[in-house]
Design a protein around this ligand. Structure first.
Ligand SMILES: Nc1ncnc2c1ncn2[C@@H]1O[C@H](COP(=O)(O)OP(=O)(O)OP(=O)(O)O)[C@@H](O)[C@H]1O
Length: 648
């Protein structure tokens, strides 16, 4: 069965095996000798674990030195079974799952075979117990059962009784002797009490065979025709599920770590970083109103000395005239503009509504637009108007009821064409399309005061033109005001107007300061979030790597039962896929909490389906990455070192 010809193994200058030759046939075989005599070195060669020797070693004419990775996998899974002094079972798996483990690579996998073997070894009642709770003798029986289900041609036992009490040791020896009746058993030991006169005995000393006692051979299993062990995706998933279940705490921590890093990464990717200075904006909006973002364009105004700059401030007040023709139409369709309204003041207004005439008090103020309360802005082609909500109080109609009413409006306009104000009567029949809050907010020493401006009417272009025509005004263009969609849009509009030689009016400095502050805070909280997410990512990867490193012995146990690196990588990646799925479920369950945390940290939360989809994708990506990092440990596993750890 085994043929060893002139084999030597040297470590440094020292010979662990010195030109030994032996043949092992069927039945029970003992390799004995004192500590350091070379028994383990020989065992490693017989089991294909050490291929770095001189001479020749064959198993059934197959060179052990030339075994490829695939051939080794087949050798371990179908031809030989190794029973170790320290059992080498997976402590967190049940007795049943430990014994079944090699069978996933085997076409003949069946739970009945596992049950049958457990019965034979009288451990069937322990089937569901975790291995870590068993006695040494019970563990060794589980280890033997795991090797037996493979139906191997040879069982090699390395000091199988050394860790057992005498009673358990004698049970194990008897079991091995029984097994030797049907297949080859090789026992490596220094315990001479195990020997009997029916077994072949090879005695070693200082790396040499010093005596050989050959006895009549028992039965051997005729060489089996076997195939390369394969692990289907379904079976790999079964192994992964069993593993995850057995170490649920470890995988829960991983899922949690992935969840935390995803949450922080989400703050970067979903662009939801807001910040505390947003509150500053909100406060301003609340006190000043959305009018904070208004950009006013006037054909003429009196400048107190320019927009800013100490030099300009010294300049005397000047009349500024600028050509604003066409600008209303231009900005009506601009992406950055929320709405455009004419700032056309009409005095002595009388409104006929539902046949009744109402007089509106003249404020001598330009119309004030704080906020649209109902309807829409007067930006259509026909005669349209937005009125103050105070009109509703005067005529006894709600904001909603006002909308759609056609009114006759009359009043006066001042024509300045001659340089002197000439009051002209005007009138228009127009339809109410919206109702606005027309309260004026004035800031005085940091305090905001509100004044109602009831004669604020906002006309569409055609109504304004109609009235300006009646007042014989030469200019076809009235002053107007446009509201930017965002602070950034407002600044961009101002810059564009200035570049085109138009001086606009608005609270630009205030908004510019806010934008600057906002950007700074965004940058700071953005980099804090990046640092935290990178940290969380590193922690997840480190936890994965460390967990994998802690599993080296477990991976070695799989390998000595025939699993290849690619089988184990498949299992590990599937485990991390399961972790990812668990993290997604955890994310969905805890999303209200995560939402709250993100809101308090960044000012905005995860609310929409897109964010949830990104979260799902990120979790799977991260789990995959952790799986890949964990899998990198697999090829580095030194089987013999991991399985004999602490033994040398
Ligand atoms: N990896 C190694 N590196 C260096 N020396 C080694 C190594 N493995 C074995 N040796 C040496 O080879 C000799 C034989 O060791 P081996 O482990 O085969 O003996 P053994 O009979 O199995 O001993 P024990 O019963 O104590 O396990 C010893 O002198 C040992 O120090």
């Amino acid at each position: 069965m085994f043929e060893i010809k002139n084999v030597s193994r040297v470590f440094g200058q020292e010979y662990a095996l010195k030109n030994i030759s032996l043949e092992i046939k069927g039945g029970l075989n003992f390799i004995i000798g004192a500590s350091g005599s070379g028994k383990t070195t020989l065992l490693k060669i017989l089991s294909g674990l050490d291929q770095d020797f001189t001479g020749e070693a064959y198993y059934r004419q197959q060179s052990l030195k030339a075994l490829s990775t695939e051939e080794k996998s087949e050798y371990y899974n179908k031809k030989i079974g190794i029973v170790w002094q320290e059992f080498n079972l997976i402590d967190d798996l049940s007795v049943f799952d430990n014994i079944k483990m090699p069978l996933y690579l085997n076409d003949a996998m069946s739970d009945e075979l596992v049950m049958y073997t457990m019965k034979q070894l009288k451990i069937n009642e322990l089937a569901n117990q975790k291995v870590r709770n068993l006695s040494g003798g019970q563990k060794q029986r589980v280890a033997i059962a795991r090797e037996l289900v493979k139906n191997p041609e040879v069982i090699i036992a390395d000091e199988p009784t050394a860790a057992l009490d005498p009673k358990s040791a004698s049970i194990i020896v008897n079991i091995l002797k029984q097994i030797a009746k049907t297949r080859t058993v090789i026992i490596v030991t220094h315990d001479r009490s195990m020997l009997d006169d029916k077994s072949s005995i090879y005695e070693m000393d200082k790396g040499e065979i010093i005596s050989t006692t050959l006895k009549e051979q028992g039965k051997t299993i005729t060489s089996k025709k076997t195939t390369n062990p394969a692990l289907s995706l379904k079976r790999a998933l079964s192994v992964s599920i069993t593993n995850v279940k057995s170490k649920i705490g470890r995988y829960a921590v991983l899922a949690l770590a992935i969840l935390v890093s995803t949450s922080f990464l989400l703050m970067n990717t979903s662009g939801s970083i807001q910040n505390s200075s947003q509150n500053g904006f909100e406060e301003l909006y609340e006190s000043i109103g959305e009018g904070l973002l208004d950009v006013e364009i006037a054909a003429s105004f009196i400048s107190a000395g320019g927009m800013s700059g100490s030099e300009d401030e010294q300049k005397p007040a000047v009349d500024v005239n600028q050509d604003i023709a066409g600008l209303y139409d231009k900005y009506l369709k601009d992406e950055r503009v929320e709405h455009v309204v004419f700032a056309q003041a009409v005095g002595n207004i009388k409104v006929v509504i539902d046949g009744k005439e109402h007089t509106i008090e003249t404020s001598n103020n330009v119309p004030v637009f704080k906020k649209l309360l109902a309807g829409k802005m007067p930006m259509g082609d026909g005669n349209e108007v937005v009125v103050s909500s105070s009109l509703g109080d005067i005529v006894g109609l709600s904001n909603k009821e006002l909308i759609g009413k056609t009114i006759d409006l009359s009043g006066t306009l001042f024509n300045w064409d001659s340089g002197q104000p000439v009051e002209m009567p005007v009138g228009t029949t127009t339809t109410i399309v919206g109702v606005a809050d027309t309260t004026m907010v004035v800031e005085n020493n940091g305090e905001f005061k509100e004044y109602p401006v009831d004669d604020s009417f906002f006309f569409s272009k055609s109504s304004v033109m109609e009235m300006r025509g009646q007042a014989n005004m030469a200019s076809k263009t009235s002053n107007f005001s446009m509201r930017a969609k965002s602070p950034e849009d407002m600044i961009s509009l101002k810059d564009e107007l200035l570049a085109n030689g138009i001086v606009p009016n608005g609270r630009f400095e205030l908004v510019e300061d806010m934008v600057r502050l906002n950007d700074q805070a965004k940058e700071q909280s953005g980099s804090a979030v990046i640092v935290i997410s990178v940290l969380a990512l590193v922690v997840s990867l480190a936890v994965s790597f460390m967990t994998a490193a802690m599993r080296k012995k477990e991976y070695a146990i799989y390998k000595i039962n025939g699993y290849t690196n690619s089988h184990l990588t498949k299992i590990t990646l599937l485990e991390y896929l399961l972790v990812g799925i668990a993290a997604i479920v955890l994310f969905l369950v805890t999303s209200p909490l995560i939402n709250m945390a993100m809101k308090s940290f960044t000012g905005s939360g995860i609310v929409d389906v897109t964010t949830f989809a990104i979260a799902g994708g990120l979790i799977i990506l991260l789990s995959g990455l952790c799986g890949v990092v964990a899998s990198m440990v697999i090829p580095t596993v030194n089987m013999f070192k991991s399985l004999k750890s602490g033994d040398r």
